[in-house]
Design a protein around this ligand. Structure first.
Ligand code: HEC
Length: 198
């Protein structure tokens, strides 16, 4: 990641954090007159209006929130981008019947103890999230064996089943970026994730 996108992510998180605590967002006022919006907020202290866009978004996005600290949220997004790269590489290798390439790409999303530990941390504040995450990795485990059989249809079936778990999870959950104390309150976890293997 380049520094610009890091900075952008940091300022986004700062904005999101500044808007805490955000319990259930109040419903948007009906037919509020259009308000002039500043092109840039250079300000120091977050104002109520800086939080309004987040509240508007949360009111529309009714998926189950997954509480994550900023670092975890960014880590999750990086994982997600890598997941999509893995799928792209699977399909590319498959199109060339490069069976080794299919297996290599699938390895990026296969089950592993590390993967499981991470999924448990990510899902610790959202019931059902971790189970879905583990189901996703298990679905991906079927891709490499199908490639070993040099069976195009089986690779496609396993890839489709994997993608189906991606889309189910996206339909059900969204990120909810919270402070360290907010995360502890929502998850009951007492340690920072990096110090909390289980
Ligand atoms: C267990 C749940 C889960 C699974 C499985 C899952 N995702 Fe995600 N994904 C999420 C969540 C939560 C977000 C954040 C949505 C939001 O912005 O609030 C996300 C976001 C993304 C994003 C956007 C990242 C960004 O930069 O904002 C991409 C791309 C993505 N997922 C790809 C995938 C792909 C591809 C798969 C499967 C191969 C997958 N995901 C599987 C939960 C999941």
């Amino acid at each position: 990641m380049n520094t610009i996108s890091r900075a952008a992510a940091a300022s986004l998180f700062a904005a999101a954090m500044a808007c805490q605590p955000t319990p259930a967002a109040p419903p948007a006022p009906p037919a509020s007159p259009a308000q002039p919006s500043p092109t840039h907020t250079t300000g120091s202290a977050p104002s109520a209006s800086a939080c309004a866009p987040f509240e508007d978004l949360n009111a529309m996005d009714t998926r189950t929130p997954v509480p994550l600290q900023p670092m975890m949220a960014w880590h999750q997004k990086q994982n997600m981008m890598e997941h999509l790269v893995a799928i792209q590489r699977v399909t590319d290798a498959l199109s060339r019947e490069d069976w080794g390439g299919v297996a290599e790409a699938a390895e990026l999303i296969e089950s592993s103890p590390q993967m499981e530990t991470m999924c448990r941390h990510m899902g610790s504040g959202a019931p059902g999230f971790t189970e879905l995450a583990l189901e996703f990795h298990r679905a991906a485990d079927a891709i490499a064996p199908a490639a070993a059989q040099e069976d195009t249809a089986a690779v496609l079936r396993a890839t489709s089943s994997t993608l189906q778990v991606c889309t189910s999870c996206h339909a059900a959950y969204r990120q909810d970026v919270v402070s360290a104390s907010g995360w502890r309150a929502r998850t009951g976890e007492s340690h920072a994730p990096s110090h909390h293997p289980r």
